[in-house]
Ligand binder design. Structure first.
Ligand code: PGA
Length: 257
């Protein structure tokens, strides 16, 4: 039985004061979702604040990105060693907002997928679990290319790192058309894609396919989380907007119990 994980991606939101309110509010209810893994992803400058608030609780934390390089002259970047230093359990990799908005515009899609595989390698080398985000754009969705896009990233990762490396990771299916739009994928659609992902991995190693956690992300709210999480291949959610609201986020965590 796979454990469910609810990950709250704060993106570029919050101040020390609003974070405190959010953290206090979530922690007040933490006993009600004890059986679920819950992790928060603040902007990196607030990592210490989040670490201090969550240390000793059943919640964990991580960052929204990391460098593919180990250390040195990489202005503005954050290394896996630094994440470890701050007790991060997870790191998000390949979020579509990074893929679309940063640099990554100049890059060929294939090169980008390789950089994501490098970041993945870096995270696991420090014992940090990467949450690898993949999903199709609205155009790719309309052209029916979902499986091609997702299959390619899985293949590159498996080819580069070996299928066993996936057992040290979490995957997140995040259709770009569902992120921040209020239009979540239906539980049936998400289930179909998750099941495709498991089948693709199973061709290399059925045990890894069975055990890897696969999250769904894209407009998950308190009122649609339960039907998504009840699907057999959906192991929790990656939550953006709703992770900034105590009531919404707590009800999503409770839907995973
Ligand atoms: P959303 O974002 O929940 O606001 O749609 C999800 C994500 O970007 O991970």
């Amino acid at each position: 039985m796979r454990k469910l994980l609810v990950a709250g991606n704060w993106k570029m939101n919050g101040t020390s004061a609003t974070n405190k309110k959010l953290l206090d509010g979530i922690l007040t209810h933490a006993d009600s979702f004890n059986s679920v893994d819950v992790a928060l992803f603040p902007p990196a400058v607030y990592l210490q604040q989040v670490q201090q608030a969550l240390k000793g609780t059943n919640l964990s934390w991580g960052t929204q990105n990391l460098s593919q390089f180990r250390q040195g002259a990489y202005t503005g970047e954050i290394s896996a060693v630094m994440l470890k230093d701050f007790g991060c359990r997870y790191v998000l990799i390949g979020h579509s907002e990074r893929r679309c908005l940063y640099a990554e515009l100049d890059l060929d899609q294939l090169v980008l997928d390789h950089i994501i595989a490098e970041k993945y390698e870096m995270a696991i080398s420090e014992g940090i679990t990467p949450i690898v985000c993949i999903g199709e754009s609205p155009e790719e969705h309309a052209r029916g290319e979902t499986e091609e896009i997702i299959g390619r990233l899985l293949d590159i990762t498996i080819e580069r790192l070996g299928v066993k490396a996936l057992s040290q990771a979490v995957l997140a299916y995040e259709p770009v058309w569902a992120i921040g739009t209020g239009k979540s994928a239906t539980p049936e659609w998400a289930q179909e894609v998750h099941s495709f992902m498991r089948e693709r991995i199973a061709k290399h190693d059925p045990t890894t396919a069975e055990t890897v956690q696969i999250l769904y992300g894209g407009s998950v709210k308190g009122n649609n989380a339960a039907p998504l999480f009840s699907m057999p291949d959906i192991d929790g959610g990656l939550i953006g907007g709703a992770s900034l609201d105590v009531d919404e986020f707590v009800s999503i965590c409770q839907a995973a119990v």
